[in-house]
Design a protein around this ligand. Structure first.
Ligand code: HEC
Length: 212
């Protein structure tokens, strides 16, 4: 009896070793699949035709009125369709600078930028107190002389450690911020001559502290 158990065990071991032995060996034949679980499916390739659609195209056309992704707004706003890269080259902003634009820019700047750049743009925002490397100071010659399109580009794409704000701030609002950054820079290089004479006396008691 014991003899048979040994024989059966020996045969089973042999069978196991023989079958396991081929695991991992390479074959050019397709694998034997019992349940394929939709592993293989037909697929469409770019530019190929299709009998499924009446027009024979496999790639579908966007519906009429489609605008590029991420740029759609409910109100028609042509500025959203302008190529960003072309704006980066502009020396002067393509919008009229009004008091309303500046106030809008100030609101947006305070929302998006002042945490890092500080209310006055000299790079002492609250994040610096928490250990972030100080961002650029707007009041240096290089950024003062930079074209408007460059500031717009930095907002759109970010730079170095600064992330891009293009996805969250619409182009028209980016220009409003640029206008406000310009106003901050102008304020930073202002002199007593810029202040109307009848208001100069007020300045003596209200020195800017560096933040607004
Ligand atoms: C999270 C912090 C942070 C926020 C928010 C932020 N910035 Fe910056 N910004 C930086 C840092 C850091 C730099 C320096 C980047 C570098 O040179 O590596 C910088 C650089 C800049 C520069 C100078 C680029 C140069 O050429 O030196 C401009 C202009 C600027 N930011 C504008 C803005 C404006 C406008 C906003 C708001 C829309 C904004 N930033 C929001 C951190 C920030």
């Amino acid at each position: 009896m014991f003899k048979y158990v040994l024989i059966i065990l020996a045969v089973l071991s042999l069978v196991t070793v023989v079958f396991m032995g081929v695991r991992g060996s390479i074959s050019r034949k397709p694998p034997i699949v019992i349940f394929d679980d939709m592993d293989d499916q037909p697929k469409y390739k770019n530019q190929a035709g299709s009998n499924f659609f009446p027009d024979g195209r496999q790639m579908r056309l966007p519906p009429a009125g489609t605008v590029p992704f991420g740029r759609e707004v409910s109100a028609p706003d042509k500025s959203l369709l302008v190529d960003d890269a072309a704006q980066f080259q502009l020396q002067r902003m393509p919008v009229e600078v009004t008091m309303e634009l500046l106030e809008r820019g100030q609101r947006l700047y305070t929302t998006y930028c002042s945490v890092c750049h500080g209310g006055f743009g000299n790079g002492n925002g609250i994040t610096v107190q928490y250990g972030q490397a100080p961002p650029a100071n707007y009041h240096g010659d290089r950024l003062r002389q930079a074209p408007d399109g460059y500031i717009y580009q930095v907002i759109t794409e970010g730079k170095g450690l600064m992330g891009p704000y293009g996805p969250s701030i619409r182009p028209a609002d980016r220009w409003a911020i640029v206008a406000y950054v310009r106003a901050l820079q102008r304020a930073g290089s202002g002199s007593i001559e810029d202040v109307p004479e009848n208001r100069r006396s007020e300045l003596a008691t209200t020195q800017p502290s560096g933040t607004l």
